[in-house]
Write a protein that binds this ligand. Structure first.
Ligand SMILES: Cc1cc2nc3c(=O)[nH]c(=O)nc-3n(C[C@H](O)[C@H](O)[C@H](O)COP(=O)(O)OP(=O)(O)OC[C@H]3O[C@@H](n4cnc5c(N)ncnc54)[C@H](O)[C@@H]3O)c2cc1C
Length: 425
């Protein structure tokens, strides 16, 4: 076990952001206690493991950062602190070697989270981290104590030397992160942006025939476009609309477009690898008397794609016009699916309320990490990478702050941060 310092740090939230911060702080000899409201740690992390645990992505630096959209500028500061390469090395160190899949996504060889989480918790315990499960944080007492709700009643923990909040976003609330902390922080003057579903499905008012024949079936090799953004990939037809990677990746522009109050129509290219002229030629070469369904099938459309095409209204007879429709089938989105089943959430603590050590400006000694901060990214490993990186950055922020509490007064904040912490944008 590492020699303990006299500094006591409370980490609230036992997801990847909180646990990686606990690892860093305990490795540096601090006394760390992790409080988690659920009976076990890392439930959402384990859920991510069901899809193979896409830990990060092998994109080059520029492409990687661009995935964080508006947040790219300042997220890059934290991503530099703990890079995708660092994350792979860390997983390797826990006996979970990673590999790069064909799409560039990075996974552990085991393609699940449980062995990694088990080894991780064992490492944390060996480093002296204490765990208090079934401890739901409910706020601060008058003297800065931490208040918890536990199965044995209310618990009051003396004010720690520093606190790290890693309470997660608001998607899949049954896994533990339900955004229930928002009012507590707002009440303390912390600027927050409302949560919204991210990486979520799009609702479409399908006909009964579309629902009954195609719900649960994939649309493979398509490209979906909205407002100048195009994403290639797959989607899954569901009773209420479309799910899947290509739709999730467009959830930010869809959300923004829906917010205008105008109808949102995206277009789907059902033959993205073929030019209009090629599709036209295939249609035009149909034998006389051949049914439209057969013509479309011979033009390379799956039954699901034909179903989707038919949903777009009467089909033009002229081959060139029909080809144009196949290359840009309109689909009107009525709403997005809710937070309950969204992979992640947008919104949370506003960046402006944080300093460069991810400390809440209004609450000195309290840092934040992970999905509870207002940044968003598509699926592809960018979410977990963002949580790990901000977890490390917040741990550094705490160390710098703790150092300043005991340093001679002539040590300016900027000097300490320049040597240790991430750079400001
Ligand atoms: C189905 C699914 C699949 C996913 N797949 C991937 C993937 O393959 N790759 C990827 O990069 N990302 C994936 N994600 C997203 C990723 O899992 C999350 O972004 C990540 O877990 C967020 O980490 P976090 O530590 O910020 O929060 P969380 O993992 O949500 O952890 C926060 C913790 O805080 C606890 N907590 C909340 N409030 C309190 C309170 N008041 N008191 C005490 N404890 C509290 C919660 O119980 C929770 O355990 C997936 C998500 C889902 C839902």
């Amino acid at each position: 076990m590492t020699e303990q310092s006299s500094r006591q740090i409370a980490i609230i939230g036992g997801g990847p952001a909180g646990l990686i911060a606990a690892e860093r702080l305990s490795a540096h000899g601090h006394g760390v206690t992790v409080y988690e409201r659920m009976p076990t740690l890392g439930r959402k992390f384990l859920m991510a493991g069901r899809g193979g645990l896409n830990l990060t992505h092998s994109d080059d630096r520029e492409a990687f950062m661009a995935r964080y959209r508006e947040a790219a500028g300042w997220m890059s500061s934290w991503l530099e602190v703990f890079t995708p390469a660092d994350l792979c090395e860390w997983a390797d160190g826990l006996g979970q070697e990673t590999f790069v899949g064909t799409s560039g996504r990075v996974f552990p060889q085991a393609m699940k989270a449980s062995p990694l989480l088990r080894a991780w918790i064992a490492r944390l315990e060996a480093q002296g981290v204490q765990f208090r499960l079934r401890h739901q944080w409910t706020g601060w007492g008058k003297g800065g104590e931490l208040l918890f709700n536990t199965p044995d009643g209310d618990a009051v923990i003396d004010k720690p030397d520093a606190t790290l909040l890693a309470l997660g976003g608001a998607s899949w609330p049954r896994l533990g992160s339900d955004g229930g902390w928002v009012d507590m922080l707002r009440g303390r003057g912390v600027e927050m942006h409302d949560f919204a579903a991210a990486n979520c499905g799009a609702q479409v008012a399908w006909s009964e025939i579309m629902k009954s024949r195609f719900a649960g079936q994939p649309l493979k090799t398509i490209a979906i476009s909205l407002n100048g953004e195009t994403v290639r990939g797959e989607a899954m037809i569901s009773e209420y609309g479309l799910e899947g990677g290509a739709v999730y990746a467009l959830s930010t522009p869809i959300r923004k477009a829906l917010a205008t109050g105008y109808p949102v129509t995206m277009t789907i290219d059902l033959r993205p690898n073929h030019k209009i002229a090629e599709v036209t030629e295939r249609i035009a070469s149909a034998k006389k008397g051949q049914s439209l369904a057969n013509t479309l099938r011979k033009a390379g459309l799956s039954p699901q794609a034909i179903g989707l095409l038919r949903e777009s209204g009467d089909l033009p007879a002229a081959p060139a016009d029909l080809a144009r429709r196949i290359k840009a089938t309109p689909v009107t989105v009525t709403a997005q699916t809710g937070l309950e089943r969204a992979i992640s959430s947008a919104g949370g603590i506003a960046r402006d309320g944080l300093d460069i050590g991810l400390m809440i400006k209004a609450l000195p000694g309290v840092c934040v990490a992970g999905e509870m901060i207002d940044w968003e990214a598509p699926t592809g490993g960018y979410l977990l990478q963002g949580c790990f990186s901000t977890g490390i950055a917040a741990a550094r922020g705490i160390e710098v702050w703790l150092g300043l509490q005991t340093q001679p007064e002539d040590l300016a904040v900027s000097e300490a941060v320049a040597g240790e912490g991430p750079q400001a944008e």
